[in-house]
Write a protein that binds this ligand. Structure first.
Ligand code: ADP
Ligand code: ZN
Length: 675
């Protein structure tokens, strides 16, 4: 989520004053003080412990001045001359004031009548004082209390700092129930308008009504019409939901409270609910206003599931409070709630009821035309030269969201700047697209000639198979320039099908396995380079068998769990699990066999293509066509597009393929059966 908050938005509620930063080193000072006091008070700490025989020696030598004891434990004071002589050579901390009653040594008087009498005899003979003191634990007790209290204070201070989330030490804890919403007042970042949001015309139309209401509520209320209290923006990330909500605020010139669903969540019970209350209170004070809750699924997830986890209670409370507030405030209070999510299906049904988020506005991934408009919006601030072909760029960016396109434009400008150009060229944009799909080119990466050969045949294998099967996506280019995590890649311009047939998935699997098949045919051995191919194929096969009901043995069944209800239990038996696994391997092996067959029949073409790759590193569709001839089945009709590339991994050892280049989405995620 980007917010164009160039001006520092005023934090609403959290009220962070430019508080004075307390230095916490004084905590250490307290600890040091405590230790010092302990040393000073400590009557006996660190003192020499005398044995009875040693004591007798000292007494006979006349060094003992005083013995005070409670019958078992004795503190011993030497006479002045002796103790001075002792202190001379030692590193006794002389800076400590000689506290009253500090003993020179201690001793445990052995148990037994005879030692008591012996002590008495020694006393009479050598004339030192013996005092009997009843056991006195006061000193020790006070000390431990002081330490205990000190520790408590320290712990408390730390907790305060933690909770308050601010450096002001203390105080902040009282703000924990306040909403964390960012407030954009008039003119502060709410200058976004519908002009800045491209391509989502349907959504804009629906939101226009809300804008009208916020501008002139009377027009509606006079007719007795009720205005929706909330609208839910549903769509994948980066499609401009936040931007739309901001544009509504900007169009209507009203304050805009923005926060994320997770801002309500705290580990303390009741905090979420109180934050909701506070948010609505603030919004009503500023009404008409818009509250925008991003990622509302963080609190709006259906209640009552997995109820055995304690944390759910708190979330439920928060959600309940949200529902209550939405019911509670009058229709005409002028506060409108917009929320965004990419999983409308998991939201609590109560949220969607009439009078709450009764409008759902779908914000979908942009198609070719919409991408063009989005490019236009983001090209506005960029200085481009005349070579930039927006039409072509929007065709080259299937599956890109608005945020991705914004990113492309920015990257292109960065490329141009890096090369010291004054204007951004078309090539910069193409490089930016490639970079976002596959990472930066690493021409300097060291690859042996033999590895390069393998990669060339692998990519050529993909190209040949995808060229010769009926339904595989049309090829755009093949490259063996390493970039990011990958060593080579084949770019396709896939169609964004609304529905996909078994044959289409199968053909795509064949094309994905073409790389490995080529390696086996040419070199008789296979490598780790096919990791991401295999990952994709495996996902597709599982989706075929267990999600889309495209397998004969499993039949017309889907074990897809769109609501994520059974996380721990599988909705099928062990027996079925076994069949699914069997069928998955069967279909993959079939696809692999077919890919190998195609490549064996066209070995000369495979070799020619690989050679061309080795010579040029990057070859385009036209080159492929020259070598392989026209596609036997013609190009599949271009409806709309989705996935982008097939990227090959350098090796499987602990490396994850670049996620953004992962086209498996089109089967497992995108055309999900709910839609
Ligand atoms: P979401 O909230 O749906 O995840 P955002 O609204 O945060 O997406 O979009 C992020 C950025 O992507 C926006 O700030 C904007 O620059 C760009 N963007 C996304 N969709 C569009 C669009 N339809 N038109 C123009 N820019 C867009
Ligand atoms: Zn591959």
């Amino acid at each position: 989520m980007e917010s164009n908050d160039k001006q520092q938005p005023k934090g609403a509620g959290s009220g962070k004053k430019p508080g004075r930063q307390l230095n916490f080193y004084w905590v250490y000072a307290i600890v040091a003080m405590l230790l010092l006091t302990m040393a000073m008070l400590g009557d006996t700490a660190g003192k020499k412990q005398l044995q009875w025989s040693e004591f007798k020696e000292l007494a006979k030598a006349g060094h003992i001045a005083e013995v005070s004891h409670d019958g078992a434990f004795a503190s011993i004071h030497y006479d002045k001359a002796y103790s001075d002589s002792l202190r001379l050579g030692k590193d006794e901390p002389s800076f400590l004031p000689q506290a009253y009653g500090r003993a020179d040594a201690t001793m445990n008087i052995p148990v037994g009548e005879i030692y008591q009498t012996e002590l008495k005899e020694l006393q009479e003979k050598h004339g030192f004082a013996v005092r009997y003191e009843p056991p006195n634990e006061w000193g020790g007790q006070i000390l431990s209390w002081v330490i205990f209290l000190g520790l408590m204070v320290i712990v408390w201070m730390f907790l305060m700092r933690r909770l308050g989330g601010g450096p002001a030490g203390g105080g902040q804890i009282f703000n924990i129930g306040k909403s964390k919403a960012q407030l954009f007042e008039k003119g502060q970042g709410t200058d976004v308008t519908f002009e800045d949001v491209a391509g989502v015309d349907g959504a804009k139309e629906e939101l226009q009504e809300i804008v009208d209401f916020l501008k002139s509520p009377d027009k509606y209320t006079e007719l007795g019409a009720k205005i929706p209290k909330g609208a839910l923006l549903v769509g994948p990330p980066g499609t401009g939901k936040t931007l739309l909500a901001k544009a509504v605020a900007g169009e209507a010139q009203v304050p805009f409270f923005s926060l994320s669903g997770s801002d309500f969540v705290e580990m303390f019970v009741g905090v979420g609910a109180s934050r909701v209350r506070d948010l609505f209170k603030q919004a009503k004070e500023k009404s008409p206003a818009i509250i925008f809750i991003d990622e509302i699924d963080a609190i709006g997830r259906a209640r009552g599931k997995n109820a055995n986890f304690g944390s759910n209670d708190e979330r439920e409370n928060t959600l309940n409070q949200l529902l209550t507030e939405m019911d509670g405030f009058g229709t005409n209070s002028g506060v409108i709630i917009l929320a965004a999510t990419n999983r409308a299906d998991i939201l609590d049904k109560a949220l969607m009821r009439a009078g709450r988020f009764d409008r759902q506005i779908y914000v979908d991934m942009p198609d070719v035309n919409e991408r063009k408009f989005i490019f236009d919006v983001h090209l506005r601030p960029i200085k481009t030269d005349t070579s930039v072909d927006v039409e072509f760029l929007s065709k080259q960016t299937p599956g890109f969201s608005g945020a991705d396109i914004a990113n492309v434009c920015n990257e292109a400008a960065l490329f141009a700047a890096r090369k010291g150009r004054k204007l951004v060229t078309h090539q910069d944009f193409l490089d930016a697209v490639d970079r976002i799909i596959g990472g930066l080119e690493k021409r300097s990466k060291i690859i042996s000639a033999q590895e390069k050969n393998t990669i060339a045949f692998h990519e050529a294998g993909h190209a040949v198979v995808s060229w010769l099967v009926e339904f595989a996506s049309p090829l755009v280019k093949v490259s063996i320039v390493p970039r990011g995590q990958s060593l080579g890649a084949a770019w396709y311009l896939p169609e964004e099908r609304a529905i996909t047939t078994t044959e289409q998935i199968f053909d795509e699997m064949c094309a994905s396995l073409g790389g490995r098949a080529a390696e086996e045919i040419m070199f008789g051995k296979i490598s780790t380079g096919a990791l991401s191919d295999l990952e994709k194929v495996t996902k597709q096969a599982y989706a075929m068998v267990s999600v889309y009901g495209l397998n004969e043995r499993i039949g017309n069944r889907s074990y897809y769990d769109s609501r994520g209800e059974s996380t721990f239990t599988k909705p099928y038996s062990e027996e079925t699990a076994r069949i699914i696994d069997e069928e998955v391997s069967a279909v993959i092996e079939r696809a692999y066999a077919r890919a190998k067959e195609i490549l064996k029949d066209n070995k000369d073409k495979l070799e020619a293509l690989a050679q061309s790759l080795l010579d040029n590193e990057v070859i385009f569709k036209e080159d492929v066509q020259r070598i392989l001839g026209a596609r036997p089945f013609g190009e599949p009709p271009l409806l709309v597009e989705t996935a982008v590339t097939s990227v090959d991994d350098e090796d499987s050892a602990g490396q994850t393929p670049a996620a953004d280049a992962e086209p498996a989405e089109d089967v497992a995620g995108k055309d999900n059966p709910v839609a």
